[in-house]
Design a protein. Structure first.
Length: 321
């Protein structure tokens, strides 16, 4: 799944029936866009900014919807839906953080349609899944008529709404290592509805102890022009407040928000540090796998408090204003 650009005529639709045929099409076409679940394409059409000469629909290509256990974790086909990532028992068991984060994307209607590969290829800096996939050390499999290569998720997003996808390539799978022995947390904070793009999101994975140390891996969304990843080591017996301080200090230098209708850069920066704290506290605590979602706007928190975690998130946000 790839996104290229700039032509004004209505795009031509192609429906290849094999991966080789799809790759050959992408190599031969001038400005193609791969059509997976289609949710991003529909948005671009409505906005009048779909600049593609051709759409290559993958719905008839076999073997792109598989989800299987591997020796190291999971192999997820590019056409697996986000909803399946949220609900599949295998994903919940092997990579619970991924299941949690995919369950926070937009709404069930979108999650039932959007695909794992298309979501990543869209390349938006506000995407939720990359925050989890980066801390899980996931890799993206890319295929073209010239062969196959893998790219670490941490290196996949290269610039504002740009990925490492080359002309003629498409996403065919995502390899996600298993999460055994680690704990996790996720926080997504929005200034509008919970279904809207986040102002800030953070996924945290705390690894199992090694020589008295644990690694705190932090994936950040909506807080810079691309999703960001940082990590820090802390003593295994450190108090949670010390861990929070270490995590916030590690995240702060890479936070460089883009101001928009959802808030100023300063507002998003402060909210981002709250998201980091919330995710760390969820990951470091006894449960170690509790997702946190909250709504907090520049004029104040909005909506109902659905949990104690959400309420505490809002109180921390107000105290830091």
């Amino acid at each position: 799944m790839t996104a290229d650009a700039s032509v004004s005529a209505a795009p031509t639709l192609h429906r290849p029936r094999s991966l080789d045929e799809a790759c050959a099409l992408l190599a031969s076409l001038d400005q193609p866009m791969v059509y997976g679940g289609g949710t991003a394409v529909q948005i671009l059409i409505k906005q009048g900014v779909l600049f593609a000469s051709d759409l290559v629909d993958l719905s008839l290509v076999p073997n792109l919807s598989g989800l299987e256990r591997t020796s190291s974790g999971l192999r997820v086909g590019a056409m697996v839906t986000l909803r399946r990532m949220e609900t599949d028992p295998l994903v919940r068991r092997v990579t619970p953080l991924a299941a949690q984060v995919y369950g926070h994307v937009a709404n069930p209607r979108v999650r039932n349609t959007a695909s794992v590969g298309g979501n990543l290829a869209h390349g938006d800096y506000r995407l939720d899944p990359p925050t989890a996939l980066m801390v899980l050390d996931a890799r993206v499999e890319l295929r073209s008529s010239e062969g196959t290569r893998q790219v670490a998720l941490r290196d996949f997003f290269v610039a504002f709404q740009e990925t490492d996808l080359r002309h003629g390539e498409l996403v065919t799978a995502v390899e996600i290592p298993g999460q055994a022995g680690s704990t996790c947390g996720f926080a997504k904070l929005s200034s509008q509805s919970v279904n809207d793009w986040p102002c800030a999101s953070a996924a945290v994975l705390v690894t199992s102890p090694v020589r008295g140390q644990r690694e705190i891996r932090i994936g950040l969304g909506a807080l810079a022009e691309v999703p960001k990843y940082v990590s820090v080591e802390v003593p295994s017996d450190a108090p949670v407040d010390d861990v929070v301080r270490a995590g916030r200090s590690a995240a702060d230098p890479v936070i460089d928000p883009i101001p928009d209708i959802r808030g100023s850069a300063d507002f998003k920066r402060r909210l981002g540090l709250v998201a980091v704290e919330d995710a760390i506290r969820a990951a470091w605590g006894p449960a170690g796998s509790v997702p946190v979602e909250a709504v907090a706007g520049p004029a104040g928190p909005t909506g109902k408090e659905g949990s104690d975690a959400r309420g505490e998130s809002r109180r921390r946000w107000w105290r830091r204003r």
